[in-house]
Design a protein around this ligand. Structure first.
Ligand code: GLT
Ligand code: MN
Ligand code: MN
Length: 391
């Protein structure tokens, strides 16, 4: 019998695709309706990822694994089952994080709460969650300040919020050093939802904030596709800024229509073109970190369809990777790009008094420069044809 040809879009652990317990474990609750899928235990969730195939890792919030009110005995049993599931499915835990948004105690934020006892509790909960993540070998620690924000700016001082966030991060970096966890922190921005306004609305805000920390080298970002997309911004540009700064420690992949509710759709299920340019950026700049699908299946899906959701997420990434190769090897595109990239000896490499003097003395023919062709219509049409599969 002829051997079945391997599908070129089949994922493997070498792709570093990861999911969260909260993503494939999502039960389909929304603000208007109850769960539509039965809850899976953490071990069962790992088995589901094993069935999807090719998954590298599973990430968790402290309370995705161990419920907030679990006894020590319950917690030990859950961890034992989870560890066994990780082993039998050959799945790792590359990232951990803290749930600082679900419990009512965090209704007005955690690190930026007006209540110093709540700020202390948030620090303690994070330290314990860091211990939990380290038990499973996590090396990236994500911080998403979902409740760090306000509906009315009468309630909280936004300058103090920045200072309080810095104090918390500085404290946790020192804890990380003292306990030798070896974590790299990855800060995740979002403009709104669940708060009316979340502080640090975009990835770029965090890039500026990181530079003010005691240990900036230990802290980077975890941009999420849907979060910049929600605000109608260009996600690729935010990721590019993070990459250029050496701060892309982790990435959350999903999809979202701008101007809608927080959809967390399957990666590349809506915005093919933006997803393509994102994958191109990650491929061209050799991003080596985890590619985490922070999304969930439609509320209409059963567990069987959740597996399809997981497979589809990875498959879409692999398909877009193949499209990137096509773009990078396409003769028409490459020749157009060469025409566009014009070099000139008039542009100084760096500053010197001589270079400044020479530049001041140079005569430019403004009209001639303006008349140089920029065939971007042709270029973009070719990209579209590659994406639509006709070339
Ligand atoms: C939550 C949020 C995500 C964050 C997770 C990490 S939790 O699902 O919507 O964007 O990445 O706390
Ligand atoms: Mn999201
Ligand atoms: Mn996310």
């Amino acid at each position: 019998m002829a051997k079945k040809k391997q599908d070129p879009y089949t994922p493997s652990p070498a792709d570093h695709f990861t999911f969260g317990l909260w993503t494939v474990g999502n039960v389909g609750r929304d603000p208007f309706g109850e769960p539509t899928r039965p809850a899976l235990s953490p071990a069962e969730t790992v088995d589901l990822l094993g069935k999807a195939g090719g998954v590298y890792g599973v990430n968790f919030h402290d309370n995705d694994l161990v419920p907030i009110d679990a006894t020590t005995a319950e917690s030990e049993r859950i961890k034992k089952d989870f560890r066994a599931a990780l082993r039998r499915n050959k799945i790792k835990v590359p990232m951990a994080t803290t749930n600082l948004f679900g419990d009512p105690v965090f209704k007005d934020g955690a690190f930026t709460s007006n209540d110093a006892d709540i700020r202390a509790y948030a620090l303690q909960k994070t330290m314990r969650a860091m211990e939990l993540g380290a038990e499973f070998g996590a090396k990236v620690y994500v911080m998403w300040g979902g409740r760090e924000g306000a509906e009315t700016d009468a309630a909280k001082d936004p300058v103090l919020a920045v200072k309080r966030s810095r104090d918390a991060l500085n404290f946790l970096c020192k804890f990380n050093i003292e306990r030798k966890f070896g974590y790299r922190f990855a800060l995740e921005a979002k403009p709104n939802e669940p708060r009316g306004h979340i502080y640090n609305a975009v990835t770029g805000s965090y890039l500026a904030f990181i530079a003010t920390l005691d240990h900036p080298e230990m802290v980077g970002v975890n941009p999420e596709f849907a979060h910049e997309q929600m605000a109608g911004l260009n996600f690729v540009h935010q990721v590019a800024a993070a990459l250029e700064a050496g701060k892309l420690f982790h990435i959350d992949l999903n999809d979202q229509e701008p101007g809608r509710y927080d959809q967390d759709f399957r990666f590349a299920s809506v915005n093919y073109k933006a997803a393509f340019f994102l994958v191109k950026l990650l491929v061209d700049y050799k991003y080596k970190g985890m590619k985490h699908f922070d999304s969930h299946a439609y509320r209409t899906s059963d567990h069987k369809d959740v597996i399809e959701f997981a497979r589809g997420s990875m498959r879409n990434y692999k398909i877009l990777e193949a499209k990137v190769r096509k773009f990078n090897n396409d003769r028409q595109i490459q020749s157009l790009l060469r025409t566009i990239d014009r070099q000139s000896s008039n542009l100084p490499g760096g500053y010197s008094s001589r270079a400044a003097k020479a530049l001041l003395a140079t005569e430019f023919d403004r009209r001639k420069l303006a008349a140089r062709p920029l065939p971007y219509e042709k270029l973009d049409q070719r990209v579209g044809e590659i994406l639509m599969g006709v070339v």
